[in-house]
Design a protein around this ligand. Sequence first.
Ligand code: AMP
Ligand code: GLY
Length: 446
Amino acid sequence: MPFLCYFAKKTLMNILLLGSGGREHALAWKIAQSKDTDKLFIAPGNAGTSQLGTNISLNPNDFPEVALFAVRNNIELIVVGPEEPLVNGIYDYFQSRSSLKDILVLGPSKEAAQLEGSKAFAKEFMRRHNIPTAAYQSFTANQIDEAEKYIKTLKPPYVLKADGLAAGKGVVIVQDEDSAITSLREMLINQKFGKASDKVVIEQFLSGTELSVFVITDGSDWLMLPSAKDYKRIGEGDTGLNTGGMGSVSPVPFADEIFMQKVRSSIIRPTIRGLFDDGLDYKGFIFFGLINVNGEPYVIEYNVRLGDPETESIIPRVSNDLVPLLYNCAKGNVSGLQVEIDNRSAVTLMLVSGGYPEKYAKGYEISIKEGVFDSSDKGTQLIFHAGTTTNADGKTVTSGGRVIAVTSLAQSQRAALKLSYDAAGAVNFTDKYFRSDIGLDILDEQ
Ligand code: AMP
Ligand code: GLY
């Protein structure tokens, strides 16, 4: 059994998790259950993560401060929740310093993180490796005439994307050519998204149902995590403004074995091989934002992290210990490891502040009915904090647009939905809002 000695077995390590949302609370919940976790620190964390480990007031993008903390606290593994530190090069920061390189950072190198940090980089990568995606071209401000000509060759709707990170707002979809040209000029000339729109990707509109597929990779081998569907719009029936995500369900009933086989062969394998062939150092999560177009999967986007609120429905479905997976992945050894997936359905509802994703108030006290949530590893109604903090009086209060995620697990999606809607009623704060149609479009037959 060569594997037994191959897997670096670590008992009791100190782990630093970067981030402060529902995704990080779900990760902290799972990491805290591990037999391999000694001390868990979350930077900066939220009121929920403070119950599972120690919150540290650190900016995840301040690498010297993160490094100082990690050294002083014998951190062996850093798990990065959000994309920004990855795109800013946290992996390289640690790797390139002899005093830090033994601290494992789970995440891609700065160059590989361009898969999320630059839409043009991602599209070129997909073109180079024959990965199905919408036809596209990218343009800078001095190519405005060519860009307008390209728009005229396309049919509506028109999809324009700021190349760089734009806090999830950099994609514009418009119905007519004039609006497309106006948006193009706003992005390239008026710098609507700042430096992020110095380059714009214009692409073919794809029509279908989206889903989020996740793997963990060491850059040559990979393991599949559960898939999920998220609900991005604020309003019922997928209407209104885009948000960070209003809910998620896992598994995705339409992602059957035939479809997932196509995802593996035409998207995941060529992506991993492409990273390897291009010499891109990648140890971490890959989030494939896919669209199902008449049974064929296409990549809408890559993200170099887990999704939020997808994490809140997929991590509770991973039934084995997560820390050995994270640790061995960061070490470069996932081959032979397994992700054990709980076959129950998970449904996550996001409870948000009234007014979100536009202006909303903060600081409202949150009350949680006792006896509803069981956050042990056996719990079927779980609560993950997203935008919460503890105020000077020690009360848990709202501090963001997305406030609390509730996740339920049950044998059928219908039963999980019912549990989650009951759980949503057990959490209260002024102007609480949530969508009451999450998952209804894809209810399974059970
Ligand atoms: P992105 O930031 O690339 O995920 O884009 C945000 C959202 O815009 C996606 O989740 C899709 O709903 C939509 N979108 C992006 N690209 C396309 C496309 N080529 N066709 C249709 N919808 C798209
Ligand atoms: N839920 C989509 C994302 O995390 O980007």
